[in-house]
Write a protein that binds this ligand. Structure first.
Ligand code: CP3
Length: 354
């Protein structure tokens, strides 16, 4: 059956959702919990499906993406279900080739010139990500009624890093060279990404995502002025664009490794929730940002990997340090693939045991 592109299906549940309430600024206690990369290789049921199709096929086949999104919800009853997809689906949807290689991560043909940029086809983007919207529509029907469905995208700067470097990088030499030597070209790339990210996220919301998160994994490599121009300003534009169309949908920003710039990021972008990485001192950040901004984070994934008493102690410390403030419990970065699944169960139980 073909569904209308802009409708949330019937049968959608609208029960009170702790994560959605916390993202809208309420100090829910105990805090709701979900984990970045909660659908992943640490789960045996995920590894079993991994053999069936390559990564992009898994993202683009609604049956598979729905199943992978639901796996951690079934096991742990997380408060949030993050769509199984990837931040690099956007450049792929505009025609940049992409593959994932074992041990190397994403590999793309780099975009470094005017001619490379001209090959991007913005016109095909929304059509290419139609299966993602279909997966979201199905998830809204299949998820438990208290679970919040999260959409996401990479921030323009972080996605540009992969597009220009052609994959992961140690030093980001090519993108930094482009920023300095050909700022006009770089600005055009950022402009394409800013517009298309906003458009794609609106599409995710219209298909059923109840909140959306912007992953800015690499903005932290930039000096302050460049951080303002390439991280804060495009994020502000994306937030403004989405809010004009969907004023009630909360937005989470994750300026990873943003250091002291995270306070300015929270204030100037207008995001509802600030996700923090492992190095951030939550209590200190809480003093620096408005109480209306929800904080999300920030347990060290390595502590989750190692488990034991230290996991419980640290999880409680973070939870209790933010009591009375709107907080969403999460990691400071994604679940590590060798994490024992029982440790995740222990973490969720610990957070909910008050
Ligand atoms: O969090 C979730 O469970 C939802 C899905 C999700 C994935 N990637 C699935 C994925 C999300 C939100 C992402 C975000 C993402 N992707 C980021 C931002 C967060 C961060 O980690 O800093 C970045 C930088 C990417 C790009 C990316 N995708 C890289 C560098 C890699 C290779 C490294 C790795 O961990 O394998 C990926 C692949 C990827 N994305 C996998 C998954 C589950 C592993 C693919 C596999 O199954 O082999």
């Amino acid at each position: 059956m073909i569904q209308q592109d802009r409708t949330v299906p019937s049968g959608v549940k609208t029960k009170d959702k702790p994560l959605l309430r916390a993202l809208k600024g309420e100090a829910v206690w105990p805090p709701p919990v979900w984990l970045m990369r909660q659908a992943g290789r640490y789960l045996p049921e995920f590894r079993a499906m991994r053999e069936q199709a390559d990564f992009i096929t898994r993202c683009m086949t609604p049956d598979i993406a729905v199943e992978l999104t639901l796996q951690p919800i079934r096991r742990y009853g997380m408060d949030g279900a993050i769509l199984f997809s990837d931040i690099l689906i956007l450049p792929w949807a505009m025609g940049q080739d992409l593959r994932f290689e074992e041990g190397r991560g994403p590999v793309m043909t780099p975009i470094r010139s005017e001619a490379d940029l001209a090959r991007l086809d913005e016109g095909r983007m929304m059509e290419a990500v139609a299966p993602v919207r279909e997966a979201l529509r199905r998830l809204r029907v299949e998820l438990p009624e208290e679970t919040t469905l999260l959409g996401f995208a990479g921030s323009p700067f972080t996605v540009a890093c992969y597009m220009v470097e052609g994959g992961s990088s140690r030093d980001f030499a090519h993108i930094r060279a482009m920023m300095q030597k050909d700022p006009a070209l770089f600005d055009r790339l950022m402009d394409i990404l800013t517009r298309n990210t906003a458009e794609m996220l609106c599409g995710q919301i219209e298909a059923g995502a109840e909140a959306v998160m912007l992953f800015d994994s690499w903005g932290g490599i930039l000096p302050p002025e460049a951080f303002r121009r390439y991280v804060i300003e495009p994020t502000r534009q994306i937030v403004a664009h989405i809010r004009a169309r969907h004023p009630d949908v909360p937005l989470i920003g994750f300026p990873r490794l943003g250091g002291v710039m995270v306070a300015e990021y929270a204030e100037k972008t207008g995001i509802n929730a600030l996700a923090l990485d492992t190095v951030a001192d939550m209590a200190k950040v809480a003093e620096m940002v408005s109480e209306t901004v929800t904080l999300q984070g920030n347990l060290d994934p390595m502590i989750l990997l190692n488990g034991g008493e230290a996991l419980k102690v640290e999880a409680r410390r973070i939870r209790d340090s933010l009591k009375g403030r709107p907080h969403v419990f999460n990691l400071g970065h994604g679940v590590i693939k060798t994490t024992p699944p029982e440790h995740v169960a222990t973490l969720v139980e610990t957070i909910r045991d008050v």
